[in-house]
Each structure stands twice: as structure tokens, then as C-alpha cells.
Design a protein around this ligand. Structure first.
Ligand code: A2P
Length: 359
């Protein structure tokens, strides 16, 4: 599956460690998502993370058909497609129909990974905004049976969970016949999930990082990851050097580069410079490389062509043990606290209640 390394899930299936995230709110126009996905495939992305609640299944499906038609990919089997069961379908009888509906919207016969999106059940319409007023009792073991049925029927090659704490995983494991392949959770240098990662590793469950850049711009996110001084400092200290011939105008166009002019000469009446260019790595790349070196997979969201490319350029260099140590000491903070589900009158009185103390 291209240049991105793969890990093998406990289901025996391979998964590229880098996926393109598609969680956005409000939803962008479908054409934006379609074009970004096609561009990502051209760059070599083969793993795409969607969810029934994101509104990205339809444009993702269209992009897959388009990519096959245009020969960007040989067949659908070259891709790794994830989607998720939304909270309004958290009932055993709804799981299969919900996945069938997602498959119809995606235009696919199977997904590679189907995840329980959150360990809660909500009433009302399917939407990203959650409210404590909509919480209904949920029986996760029976929902999981529905997920197992999806896998047995070949509609999902692997099944897993998202936003599950150690406690919720442990409870699930007392009933599950099929071990979750993945727990997709918020993870970045400012919320490293040490305890959960250790627990899941012990159980053979792969951790996939959502919001690996801190979800800057999203209502659940923050700029504290991309603006962290230590991350900026590491990004600036890292880089690759190469010599190149450029005109003065070209020198001014370079961003994120440090340039030292070695020699100047005239060529067809224009000043040319032999320059030594040092390409700085970017903060986002440091975060993704950090995730890669932790052994997890990650699904950064970007619909921007340059950043989609930047986010792929993290596999031919490495953070030193010293930099990893410095990152491990960053103050920790969970950004996605699930605020709307927590209130003094709700089933979850505090954030610690919702996250089983993992805040
Ligand atoms: P955009 O879509 O305009 O590129 P996360 O993956 O943690 O949810 O973060 C997504 C946010 O980070 C989006 O606002 C996205 O904006 C931005 N983003 C994605 N890649 C990068 C990058 N390499 N550097 C800086 N910001 C990025």
C-alpha cells in the first residue's frame, strides 16, 4: 500500500499507520472532501478514516470510484477504509443496519474497520453536537455482539472501539468473543495516553490516534499542540540540507527553509546563487513522527494539499531519544472532554465520571 508503513492488527489485517482524517464540523461542501481525498490518493494515502456522523462517507465513496475509474488505484482492496457506528445506533438491533447504510453511502461491499464511535447511546437525530439530555441507557456487550455479527458477515474486516477508557475496555473484554482490533482515541504530545496505551498493548489492542495535531480549529480541539514551544524548538533544530542553484526571486519564495548563499554567478543576465538549503521540519511533522515512534497509527485531518503532503513526509527521518524524552515531559491535558455530556443533573456529573478518571 505505497510508501506508508503498515502495522498488523490482531485480526491479521494490515493497516497503513498514516490515515487521512475526515472529522470536521461544520461539514465542508462534499466537493471539498472529494477533491482532498482524490489528491491524498495521488500523494499515496491509502487509509481513510470516516464516520457516519461526519458526513464524509459519501464524498469518500465518490472519490474511491473516481480513483478506480481514473486508474489512481488498481482496486478498492488497495485501500483501508474505516467508518464508525454513531451513538444513536448503539443498540444491538441497529448495528448491522447502520453498517449496511454506511456501506451503501460509501458504495462499498465492506469496510476494513468498523468502530463503536463512543461508549454511549443517544436519542434523537444523528448529529455531531451531543447533549446530556439525549443520553439513554446502553448495553455495550450486546452492541458488541452486533459488531461481531458485522465481522462474521464479512461487512467489516476488523472491528473495534473509539473513546474507550481502560475500564470500558476491561468490561468489554469480559463479554467479547472477538477482541477489538483498535481503540481510536485522542492522542498527541499534549495528551499521550500512557496508561491506556500500556493497557491496550497488554491486551493486543492497537491504539490509533485521532486529533494527532490537537484538532486545532475544531470545537473539541486546541492550538496548544501546534503552538507548544518545545515542539517548535525541536522542529527548528531538525532538518535536511542540500545544495541548489536558485535565482534571488526563487530564494524569497522558499518557506520554512534556512538558506546560506555559497556563491553567486550570472546566467543569461540574471543573478543566480548556489545556496545551501536547510529544510526545517514543521511542528505538525514532529507531532506525527512522535506518534509513529510510539508505535501507534494516526489520522491527521487536512483538506489542504500542502499539508496533506507534509503529513506524509515523516518516514525518512527520526526524532532522537533526547527529543522523545523532552516531549514525554510536556504538561498533559485532554482536549476532548465531552463537555456537553457532563452536567450536575446528567448521568455524567463530572468529566472524570465520563472518562473513568482518565482526565
Ligand atoms: P487544514 O485542514 O486546513 O490542513 P487534527 O488532525 O489533530 O484533528 O488537526 C487538524 C487541524 O490541523 C486542521 O485544522 C488542519 O487544517 C490542521 N493541520 C493539518 N495538518 C497540519 C500540519 N501539517 N501543520 C499544521 N496544521 C495542520
Amino acid at each position: 500500500m505505497g510508501v506508508v508503513p503498515e502495522i498488523v492488527l490482531n485480526s491479521g489485517r494490515g493497516m497503513p499507520v498514516l490515515g487521512m482524517g475526515t472529522a470536521t464540523y461544520p461539514e465542508p461542501p462534499e466537493q471539498t472532501v472529494f477533491e482532498a481525498v482524490v489528491h491524498a490518493m495521488e500523494l499515496g494515502y491509502r487509509h481513510f478514516d470516516s464516520a457516519s456522523v461526519y458526513g464524509s462517507e459519501r464524498p469518500l465513496g465518490r472519490a474511491i470510484s473516481f480513483a478506480i475509474e481514473k486508474g489512481l488505484i488498481g482496486s478498492r482492496d488497495e485501500l483501508f477504509i474505516t467508518t464508525k457506528l454513531w451513538c444513536t445506533d448503539m443498540h444491538q438491533d441497529h448495528v448491522l443496519p447502520a453498517l449496511r447504510h454506511s456501506l451503501e453511502v460509501l458504495g462499498l461491499e465492506y469496510v476494513d474497520l468498523y468502530l463503536i464511535h463512543h461508549p454511549i447511546r443517544l436519542k434523537g437525530e444523528k448529529k455531531m453536537e451531543m447533549s446530556s439530555d439525549d443520553i439513554l441507557p446502553v448495553d455495550i456487550p450486546s452492541v458488541w455482539e452486533g459488531m461481531e455479527e458485522c465481522q462474521q458477515q464479512g461487512l467489516a474486516k476488523s472491528i473495534g472501539v473509539s473513546n474507550f477508557t481502560c475500564k470500558k475496555i476491561a468490561e468489554l473484554l469480559t463479554h467479547a468473543k472477538v477482541l477489538p482490533a483498535v481503540n481510536q482515541v485522542e492522542m498527541h504530545p499534549v495528551w499521550q495516553q500512557g496508561k491506556l496505551r500500556e493497557f491496550c498493548q497488554e491486551k493486543g489492542i492497537h491504539i490509533s490516534a485521532y486529533s494527532p495535531l490537537g484538532a486545532f480549529g475544531a470545537f473539541w480541539g486546541s492550538n496548544k499542540v501546534l503552538e507548544a514551544e518545545e515542539i517548535k524548538r525541536i522542529a527548528q533544530s531538525l532538518g535536511k540540507s542540500r545544495a541548489q542553484v536558485l535565482t534571488m526571486d526563487q530564494c524569497f519564495l522558499l518557506k520554512n527553509y534556512w538558506i546560506r548563499a555559497l556563491r553567486m554567478f550570472q546566467f543569461f543576465g540574471t543573478h543566480h546563487y548556489i545556496v545551501l538549503i536547510r529544510i526545517h521540519f514543521l511542528h505538525g511533522q514532529v507531532c506525527l513522527r512522535w506518534a509513529f515512534q510510539q508505535g501507534v497509527s494516526f489520522v491527521p485531518k487536512s483538506y489542504n494539499k500542502e499539508r496533506l503532503k507534509e503529513n506524509m513526509e515523516i518516514f525518512d527521518w527520526c526524532l532522537s531519544a533526547e527529543d522523545m524524552e523532552k516531549l514525554s515531559l510536556l504538561p498533559q491535558e485532554r482536549f476532548n472532554l465531552a463537555h456537553p455530556l457532563v452536567s450536575p443533573t446528567s448521568f455524567y456529573k463530572t468529566h472524570a465520571d465520563y472518562w473513568d478518571g482518565e482526565v
